[in-house]
Design a protein around this ligand. Structure first.
Ligand code: GLU
Length: 450
């Protein structure tokens, strides 16, 4: 089965939904295998199910492969354009007696020429098919379990197994690397390929992705679409790095690293068969590391869609790009996603930043001496020079007078000005980007609410 020629692999998505993390992992592992072996990566769109295909879903596949940095050397091929070839293969199987026609009641009808209204079934011989799988070893399937399966429906459309096997054969695919959910269809594809005189690819079924409860990731329960990760501020590089580790790990155990190093480390035979935990906490950690690694301009460019979208909570006329540019290096360390930037800067752009009630309770209502601290700060900030150092010292002095340390002194001021008890370094942005009048107004509003 294996050949000494350079590998030819394919990513063969069915465009029936938005690209999800499991499919992206499949695409990535095919690509890693191709790029690490000097092989060829092929993109094949399995769009034979016309009722479920939508063009925008195919476009989304292209878009997200590109986003992740997964390129291909051949394709995209469209399975729907290969109808006549699939028909020809069915005819060959009929002519060779490897398949037969069925009527609407599923009775075999004599003849070898397909006509509308008849389905075609593969004549499964007795025996067993052993599929050598790079990841699972030899998996055997008893033919009794397979039965005579449909390869062409009565409406003339080829079934998944037929089209998949024919296309793999015609495209000289050497390795079919794909999700474990397809394992059970493999013996059928192998039987079809062999009946057509082709050599089936070597299979490698990637382990299932599971969530925290060890349940198979599902569209219903879990956030699985790549689009949603991108929209929530995950960097493509972090995502791709993380996806590479779902079922595989480098022998030197260094997990966070550039893709060219991953290519250098990747071995298909090192993929394990145990279900891979899609760990959101770990992904977020990776994302934070990648965000910290961005240079100043890269960081601003990556953040731009999150502060300049039409979803932002502030009125567009109050937005100032230079404020974000000044804030970015101050908050870079804290960001877990690019979308986190919104909460770091919104209090500057909002005329009335909403107060987080938990912060209000904790840092103002239940905090010691907060009314007195606010009174003293309001008095001090009314006339002191408006520079960050002086303002900071005035706030700390006000707190110290009531026995508070620096962080406790700052807390009610932070909540009054930003609406929250956690956020960016306070004094520099507050003094640089808000006027004295504006800060005093917010402090007074908080004081009067107390
Ligand atoms: N089109 C199939 C799917 O999207 C994959 C087929 C394969 O990789 O062999 O589930």
């Amino acid at each position: 089965m294996s050949s000494t020629a350079e590998p030819r692999v394919r990513f063969a998505p069915s465009p029936t939904g938005y690209l999800h993390v499991g499919s992206a992992r499949t695409a990535l592992f095919n690509w890693l295998f191709a790029r690490s072996t000097g092989g060829t990566m092929i993109l094949r769109i399995e769009d034979t199910d016309e009722s479920r295909n939508r063009p925008e879903l195919t476009d989304a596949i292209f878009e997200y492969l590109e986003w992740l940095g997964i390129d291909y050397d051949e394709g995209p091929y469209y399975q729907s354009e290969r109808r006549s070839r699939h028909h020809e293969a069915v005819q060959q199987l009929l002519a060779d007696g490897r398949a037969y026609l069925c009527d609407a009641d599923d009775n075999e009808v004599p003849g070898t020429t397909w006509a509308d209204g008849w389905a075609v079934r593969f004549r499964t011989p007795p025996g067993t098919t052993v599929v050598p799988d790079v990841i699972r070893g030899e998996v055997s399937f008893d033919h009794d379990q397979l039965g005579d399966f449909v390869i062409r429906r009565s409406d003339g459309s080829p079934t998944f197994v037929l089209a998949n096997a024919v296309d793999d054969a015609d495209m000289a695919i050497s390795h079919a690397i794909r999700g474990e959910d397809l394992l059970s269809s493999t013996p059928r594809a192998v039987l079809v390929a062999e009946a057509l005189g082709a050599t089936p690819p070597v299979y490698a079924h990637l382990p299932l992705l599971v969530n925290e409860q060890r349940k198979k990731l599902s569209k219903r329960r879990d956030d699985v679409s790549l689009e949603s990760y991108r929209q929530r501020g995950y960097l493509a590089e972090a995502m791709a790095n993380y996806l590479a580790l779902l079922g595989w790990g480098p022998r030197d155990e260094v997990e966070i690293r550039p893709m060219d190093e991953i290519i250098g480390q990747f071995r298909l035979e090192d993929v394990n068969r145990a279900p891979a935990f899609f760990d959101l906490v770990k992904l977020e950690h990776f994302n934070g590391v990648y965000i910290r690694d961005l240079g100043p301009d890269e960081l601003l460019a990556a953040m731009a869609p999150f502060v300049e979208s039409d979803q932002v909570p502030w009125p567009p006329e109050r937005y100032r790009a230079e404020v974000v540019a000044a804030m970015a290096p101050l908050v870079q360390e804290k960001l877990r996603t690019l979308a986190d930037i919104e909460r770091q800067v919104d209090w500057i752009f909002l005329a009335e930043p909403p107060t987080d009630e938990q912060s209000w309770e904790k840092s103002v209502v239940r905090a010691k001496a907060s009314a007195a601290v606010l009174d003293d700060v309001i008095a001090a900030l009314g006339s002191c020079p408006w520079d960050p150092e002086t303002v900071k010292e005035a706030v700390f002095a006000a707190g110290a007078a009531h026995g508070l340390n620096r962080s406790k002194s700052q807390a009610p001021v932070r909540v009054a000005v930003t609406g929250r008890s956690v956020g960016p370094p306070l004094f520099e942005p507050m003094v640089q980007h808000l006027s004295r009048e504006e800060v005093l107004r917010r402090l007074r509003a908080a004081r009067s609410r107390l």
